[in-house]
Ligand binder design. Sequence first.
Ligand code: IMP
Ligand code: MG
Length: 190
Amino acid sequence: MNILITEAEIGERIGQLGRQIEADYQGRPLTIVAILTGSLIVLADLIRKIQLPLRVALLQASSYKGATTSAGALIINESFAPDVAGRDVLLLDDILDTGHTLNTLVHRMADRGALSVKTAVLLRKKGRQEIAIEPDYCGFEIPDAFVVGYGLDYDDDYRHLPYVAVLPQLQGSGVDSDETGHYVRRTPQQ
Ligand code: IMP
Ligand code: MG
């Protein structure tokens, strides 16, 4: 595993983002709508750095299915859809990649009557964006590599790593283990 962003760096940046959000909303109540599953860890850390009246709501969206790094169709599960009518919403995701997920959900929140909709991402991957959307809050810009840890997964593993790391050698096929001993299934799907 090549560590790209350390636990300490993430902690410091989350603190800065929290202070920035507090200053911007100036005491107004905020609803953070976190996009499961990748944003779980950043959600837990970020909300503890924000001193505002705060509600947390969850949506599930997934575009990566199983052992593949190619984006598939976007699936949105709204069974826990929050009531955002008349509220200031901050959509929170782990990473901005092509931009489809955030862009779709911004419109969804607006359709549901949100007073305002802003976006926050822990990571923004350079060189992959297909939709012109500028996140209002961004933790780190990263190069075009597949990353895991701190909520981000590959085939539902690695979310629990306390840092962000580049997953090596995704090409090829068969089963290999990385240096942490995890088995990585190498079956890229179209
Ligand atoms: P977008 O819709 O292409 O912007 O994709 C955003 C979603 O793709 C994120 O919520 C992640 O779940 C997933 N994703 C994109 N890049 C990565 C990555 O490098 N590692 C893990 N998940 C990723
Ligand atoms: Mg995700």
